[in-house]
Design a protein around this ligand. Sequence first.
Ligand code: KIV
Ligand code: ZN
Length: 387
Amino acid sequence: MTDNSQVLIFDTTLRDGEQSPGATMSHNEKLEIAGLLDEMGVDIIEAGFPIASEGDFAAVSDIAKNAKNSVICGLSRANYKDIDRCWEAVKHAARPRIHTFIGTSPSHREITKLNQDEMVERIFETVTHARNLCEDVQWSAMDAIRTERDYLCRVVETAIKAGATTINIPDTVGYTLPDESAEIIRMLLEKVPGASDVIFATHCHNDLGMATANSLAAVSAGARQIECTINGLGERAGNTALEEVVMALRVRRDLMPYQTKIDTTKIMNLSRRVSQVSGFAVQFNKAIVGKNAFLHESGIHQDGVLKNVETFEIMKPADIGITETNIAMGKHSGRAALRSKLKELGYDLADNQLQDVFVRFKALADRKKEVYDEDLIALMTDSAANT
Ligand code: KIV
Ligand code: ZN
């Protein structure tokens, strides 16, 4: 990658996202989501974990066969069997990637029963093996954030020497904060020989609600690949949400002069489809894609956005593909919003007529949480019958 202002988007909805308990998707659903991600401009799609099951293998293979532009990546642990199986699945892609990882922090070394030197050896052998199969190899230091800094430098250097082209620094347990997330990337870029020849990736989990902030901090420090999922789907509190990092980079280009290739107008449709197929509802006030993210109910806000949308909106609903109205009618709504909403429904009222409908609308809004278009049409029909 020559353009240092380009940030690659690596989507792992179909791998880390699908690992959420209960989020299992069918073969066809995975193919459909992968197609939508590809169309939206995602650079790398992590399609699954081929050794995990026959179903995962088949999904990764078929996604690889159908991909148009995206790199198709599969996950594998640090052993030859996993890596070979991963290659068998991704090799059908025009642009395949093998992703191999090992837990490098003290608790993970204890589980794998490898001491520091043995783990370094394992990393060198497995990355070399992956690189002999595929030109594009990503290596991840699982739990990098809780790995001793000197040792992290050593394992990253080893993976680079063995041929890894992307080095991923995951915050596996969502433990870091923005300053630390940036400091680690900066340190690796400064201290590790060969670091400037590879792409550093950030992969954050949201256990402390910091995933988006930590990902952006890593980019400020030099990371050029963000790993994320649609709607932030993922184990526990989830992963970095694709829609949040992409829109933050777009909206705050003044502070973060980096771009992605994402066609943001496709975000809302993908969010809805991922929610439907995973069975994970999106919380109403979720940033960017929540039902309420662009809705205004209070009279002051409604009046403001009707006069000048910038008063209460930092991005346009259309930027993420929302075509519906951004005005929610309820007991906090004012006359201006009611007039505008009725006009949208085909009723152009004189002031005295509006006043009459407004009084009845307020009475209805006091009884109902939200007043829908159908309610307003019924109000107007009643008004017509009574005059
Ligand atoms: O969170 C994590 O560490 C991961 C790795 C497998 C990359 O998902
Ligand atoms: Zn993860």
